[in-house]
Design a protein around this ligand. Structure first.
Ligand code: SF4
Length: 312
């Protein structure tokens, strides 16, 4: 039994859900029709790797109505995971706090009325949390299970500038501080593989992640998607990208989580995008569940676990 309360070798999101909600809670992605300030307000047109189409399930693109989206999601996941212990409404597409307070509150109240919805997850940018929105989130946090997902992506300002993120590292730290002050759970989203970054740099960055101390973390390998600016950059200059085979990634992730604070719950280790959107695939097609098994096997082989070499 590890300090997070079960015998898995990392502090897993499934353990968190079991402890807090009695079992698996499936997130249901919603496309509420938001946009993103990094695409609309800046002439450069968004992050260089961005293709929201690839991350948005097709049933969402076909259905504007968020209640229809939730109900279709429930139907789908009920078949796949019949023993689900409820659902989270997951405002996933684009930046879901880039709107008026009233609009966001109306949408949240609507989804909370849907049967079996246990809570709300809102994905956004660290620079999209003005005080009015934070006050709304604080109110929401009192009436439902709320979590805010923040795209941190990198701990290096030169990388963030290079990929045209439109915010810096300090902004990410501020966002987590503001959410923590309001007792709102927050998840950090990070990408491994952005140009000019290396495994050595990511290992060093763990100190910053441990200092950020999010409640949850999601790790994604960089996926080079068709039609994105980063696809052209990759074609012109492979050498500035560190790419992983699946075996290298498993070893890297194990090294990484050995150094990660045991308090941080890990939600994901990879992103899964339908193959048709990928320009280049170094991984082949490996499902997240299969990757998690490989990581757990490697940790067992090493007889190690999350935080056994934690860096602070
Ligand atoms: S912040 Fe998100 S939605 Fe906006 S451009 Fe970047 S990746 Fe795309």
């Amino acid at each position: 039994m590890y300090q997070w309360g079960d015998s898995r070798r990392f502090n897993s999101y499934s353990r968190f859900c079991k402890a807090h909600y009695g079992g698996r809670v499936q997130r249901l992605p919603i496309d509420a029709g938001f946009s993103c300030p990094n695409r609309t307000k800046r002439s450069e047109g968004g992050c260089s790797y961005c293709s929201n189409t690839a991350f948005t399930p097709s049933y969402l693109r076909e259905n504007g109505n968020i209640i229809t989206q939730l109900n279709r999601g429930k139907e789908f996941f009920k078949r796949r995971y019949p023993s689900n212990n409820g659902y989270f409404a997951y405002f996933q597409a684009f930046s879901n706090t880039f709107c008026s307070v009233n609009h966001l509150m109306t949408l949240c109240k609507k989804v909370m009325e849907v049967p079996e919805i246990q809570g709300i997850i809102i994905s956004t940018r660290p620079d999209c949390l003005p005080d009015k929105i934070l006050d709304l989130l604080s109110d929401l946090n009192k009436i439902t299970n709320l979590c805010i997902e923040i795209g941190v992506e990198s701990f290096h300002n030169d990388t963030l500038e290079h990929i045209n993120r439109g915010h810096n590292v300090e902004c990410s730290f501020k966002a987590f501080e503001m959410l923590r002050k309001r007792n709102i759970l927050a998840c950090a989203h990070l990408i491994f593989g952005l140009p000019y970054e290396t495994p050595h740099i990511w290992m060093e960055d763990i100190k910053l992640l441990n200092k950020l101390n999010p409640d949850f973390v999601k790790f994604h390998q960089l996926q080079i998607l068709k039609g994105t600016k980063i696809e052209s950059e990759y074609e012109a200059n492979h050498d500035s990208f560190h790419t992983f085979t699946i075996e290298e990634y498993v070893k890297f992730i194990c090294d990484y989580i050995e150094r990660l604070s045991p308090n941080i719950v890990i939600e994901r280790f990879t992103a899964e995008v339908p193959q048709r959107f990928l320009s280049i695939s170094h991984f082949g097609f490996t499902r997240h569940d299969a990757l998690v098994k490989m990581i757990e096997t490697e940790l067992a082989f090493r007889n190690s676990y999350q935080g056994c070499k934690a860096l602070y």
